[in-house]
Ligand binder design. Sequence first.
Ligand code: DAT
Ligand code: MG
Length: 168
Amino acid sequence: MAVEQTLILIKPDGLVKSLTGNILSRLSEAKLIIVGSKTVRVSRELAEKHYKHLTGKPFFEELIRYIMGELHSSNRVVAFVYQGEDAIKKIRDIVGDTNPENANPVSIRGAYGRITTSGVFENVVHASSSNEDAEIEIKLWFKPEDLVEDIYPTKEITVSNKKEIVWA
Ligand code: DAT
Ligand code: MG
């Protein structure tokens, strides 16, 4: 079995329901290591890139509003990169089925997810579903310097006239 990386997001419903600790406890059963973590404000651009594969679906706009926190007055998610043997499947098993009504009741989505009356799957967490998706998603949410391991090739570039915010 190969060492893999996977992106986990604690979505706005997970945060407003104060489930971070519970979710991390469940995920720790996979015995993987965390190589990056951050709290991220989710812009529409980031949301649309993350869910690019679902563009055109009838639920797309609500899904974007959900991940942006517009359904929960919380414009952030907490993102993690987990690494280890067979990480993607191990995490997906703990996370459960996409539809929280179908998810195993002991999975995170089965225990804490719900479907709203307007049909949004509020399923608490995101987890990458393949190596290809994991690479695209990790590169979207994290910069190389945010991770404590060099998991993908990097290059050095020189950016001039770039404004940067530093501590005052
Ligand atoms: P997953 O998050 O399990 O990888 P996905 O990538 O197919 O599932 O879809 C991304 C999100 O879109 C999912 O977490 C919830 C939402 N979604 C998917 N199918 C849906 C549907 N039929 N109705 C409402 N929301 C849906
Ligand atoms: Mg997916």
